[in-house]
Design a binder for this molecule. Structure first.
Ligand code: AMP
Length: 501
C-alpha cells in the first residue's frame, strides 16, 4: 500500500452549501452492521461543449431517476476556475436560468444523489469542489466504497479534516495528499487505494478524468457531442443532448478527456471477476438506456419472458406495477399470450406530502402512488408483474387495492429472484432483517400478500437471459459479494458514518 500523504478550503463562487473480502455474508452480516445507509447516484460531465452547464443540466434531468435528493453542477471556465451550484431537491428545483448562466465554461461536472438513513445532509451534495495544489478539483461519484471508513480513519489520524459524511470526500483527500508530482499520477495513486464500487468523474482545472473500478459495478458511458466529449451514467443522458454514444467505459479504465481528445491512462489492477450490477438491469437504469452493451428494455423483456416460462398462470390479463416493471410485464405477455393491460395507474407527481398517514393506514404510501383501473380488473383473474420485491410493503397494499377493485384472482410475479442480501456497492437496500426474501419462503410471502399464486424469476433464469452481457454481480440475490467488505469486516460502519455515493 502506498503511503497516504491537507486539503485547502471548499470553494465555489456561487456555492450554496446548506441550501443547497469475499467473506461469506453470514459471517459478517451482523444485525447492527447490515442496517447501513446506502446511496444511489447519477453522474454526468462534458468537455469541449459550449454552455457546458446547460448540457449538464439536461443530462442530470435524464438521470433524475438515479437520485432525487440533491443535485449539483460545477462548471470550469477557460482558466480552469470552478463555479458550483448545488442543493437539495430535484434538478428542476435546484437550478434557475440565472444559475445556469453564471456557470460559465465549456467543461462541467454534474451529479444527482439519493440517500436514505443518515445521509440526507446537504453537505453531502455533489460534486465536491475544492482548491488544491494543482488547481480547482471537482469530483462526482456513483457507487459505494467498501473501505471508505478505514481510509477516513487513517486520513483523520494524519490530520485530514472532513466536511461531510460522504465517502467521496475520501477520494479528494487521497488525491490532494498524494506525494506524486503530476495530476495523473495523483489520481492513479488515489484510485488504487479504493475498494468497492466507483464510477467517477474528476476535473482538475478544465481537464476531465473518468474512471471505473476494476469490477465495473456501476455503468459509465462515453459519448461525443459536436467537437466535445460526454461522460454519463446511462445513455439516456447522451440522448437528451443529442450526443453520439461511443462506448462503455470498461472496468478498471481511467480516461483523460479534454475537448475532443481521449487519452487512456494506466488502467487499475485487473480482478479475476468483473461484476457489473445486474440490479441496474432489473430496476435501476432507465429502459431507454443501453449499458454494458445491453438494452435495458430488452433485458427486462427477456426477464419477463423467462418468468412466463417458469411461472405461467391461467389468467384474463397481465399488467405491470408501473413504471419500473412495464418492460418485464410486456415480456411476460409476449411469451404467455395473455392480454397485456393497463390495470394499475401510477401518479407521476408524487413528491413529499405534509399529510401524515394515520397509524392505521399502512397502505398510505402505495395509495398515494397507485390506483387500479376498476374496469380492467373487476371480475378478472389478473397477473401482476413487479420488477423486484424488497420489503413487500408496496405489493401487500397493491394486492389489497386489486381485491377491493373486484379482482377475482391475483397472481403475483416478480421479474427477479428474492432479494435476500443488502447491497454494499451503491444500490439502496434495507437491512437484511427487512428484506422479506431473506427470512420468508415464497409460500410464506404468498400467504402474507394474500395472493392466489406467487412466482419469482430464478437466479439462473435471470442470468441466462443476459448472459451475453455478463458476468454480473448478483450479491443482493446470492450473497456472493465480489469486492471485499472491508469496513463491515473491521466493524467500522454504523448509521452515524454513512458510506458515500
Ligand atoms: P417493497 O415495497 O419494499 O417491496 O418495494 C418494492 C418496489 O420498490 C418494487 O416495485 C421496485 O420497483 C422498487 N424498488 C426496488 N429496489 C429499489 C430501490 N433500491 N430503491 C427504491 N425502490 C426500489
Amino acid at each position: 500500500m502506498r503511503s497516504l500523504p491537507v486539503l485547502g478550503t471548499s470553494i465555489g463562487r456561487d456555492s450554496q452549501e446548506g441550501v443547497q473480502s469475499n467473506a461469506r455474508p453470514e459471517d459478517i452480516l451482523s444485525s447492527s452492521l447490515d442496517a447501513l445507509p446506502r446511496e444511489e447516484c447519477g453522474v454526468f460531465a462534458v468537455t469541449g461543449v459550449e454552455q457546458a452547464a446547460e448540457a449538464t443540466f439536461l443530462g442530470l434531468y435524464a438521470l433524475q431517476h438515479r437520485g432525487q435528493e440533491s443535485a449539483g453542477i460545477c462548471a470550469l471556465d477557460a482558466d480552469g476556475s470552478a463555479s458550483v451550484r448545488k442543493g437539495t431537491g430535484l434538478v428542476s428545483d435546484v437550478f434557475s436560468a440565472q444559475d445556469l448562466e453564471s456557470l460559465q465554461g465549456d467543461t462541467a461536472v454534474g451529479h444527482v444523489r439519493y440517500s436514505t438513513a443518515g445521509g440526507s445532509r446537504s453537505q453531502n451534495a455533489q460534486p465536491i469542489v475544492v482548491r488544491y495544489s494543482q488547481g480547482d478539483l471537482c469530483i462526482a461519484h456513483n457507487g459505494n466504497l467498501t473501505n471508505a471508513q478505514e481510509l477516513r480513519n487513517r486520513l483523520v489520524e494524519e490530520g485530514a479534516i472532513f466536511q461531510a459524511t460522504s465517502d467521496s470526500e475520501v477520494m479528494v483527500h487521497l488525491i490532494a495528499r498524494s506525494r506524486h508530482d503530476t495530476v495523473e499520477a495523483q489520481i492513479d495513486d488515489a484510485l488504487t487505494h479504493l475498494e468497492g464500487a466507483f464510477s467517477v468523474v474528476i476535473s482538475v482545472g478544465n481537464t476531465l478524468y473518468a474512471a471505473v473500478d476494476p469490477r465495473g459495478f456501476r455503468p459509465l458511458v462515453l459519448g461525443r457531442k459536436d467537437g466535445g466529449l460526454v461522460v454519463a451514467s446511462e445513455t439516456c443522458a447522451l440522448d437528451i443532448i443529442d450526443a453520439e454514444f461511443i462506448r462503455d467505459i470498461q472496468p478498471g479504465e481511467v480516461l483523460k478527456l479534454r475537448g475532443s481528445e481521449i487519452e487512456p491512462l494506466r488502467s487499475l489492477p485487473p480482478v479475476p471477476r468483473p461484476a457489473p450490477c445486474v440490479f441496474e438491469l432489473v430496476y435501476f437504469a432507465r429502459p431507454d438506456s443501453r449499458i454494458w452493451g445491453a438494452s435495458v428494455d430488452r433485458a427486462r423483456r427477456a426477464f419477463g419472458r423467462q418468468l412466463a416460462r417458469e411461472h405461467p398462470a391461467e389468467a384474463d390479463c397481465v399488467f405491470a406495477v408501473p413504471d419500473s416493471a412495464n418492460s418485464a410485464a410486456l415480456g411476460y405477455a409476449e411469451e404467455s399470450g395473455v392480454a397485456y393491460e393497463l390495470g394499475l395507474l401510477r401518479n407521476h407527481y408524487v413528491g413529499r406530502t405534509f399529510i401524515k398517514p394515520s397509524q392505521a393506514d399502512r397502505d398510505f404510501g402505495a395509495r398515494i402512488k397507485y390506483n387500479p383501473v376498476k374496469e380492467v380488473v373487476e371480475g378478472k383473474r389478473v397477473i401482476v408483474v413487479d420488477d423486484s420485491l424488497v420489503r413487500g410493503t408496496t405489493s401487500t397494499s397493491l394486492v389489497k387495492f386489486l381485491r377491493q377493485a373486484g379482482a377475482k384472482e391475483v397472481h403475483f410475479r416478480i421479474a427477479s429472484p428474492p432479494v435476500k442480501f443488502p447491497c454494499f456497492y451503491g444500490i439502496d437496500m434495507p437491512s437484511k432483517e427487512e428484506l422479506l426474501g431473506s427470512s420468508h419462503s415464497v409460500q410464506e410471502i404468498a400467504d402474507m400478500l394474500g395472493v392466489d399464486s406467487m412466482g419469482y424469476l430464478s437466479l439462473e433464469g435471470m442470468l441466462d437471459a443476459v448472459e451475453d452481457h455478463g458476468p454480473f454481480c448478483d450479491a443482493c440475490f446470492s450473497g456472493d459479494y465480489r469486492a471485499p467488505l472491508v469496513d463491515v469486516e473491521r466493524g467500522h460502519t454504523s448509521l452515524e458514518n454513512p458510506l458515500g455515493c
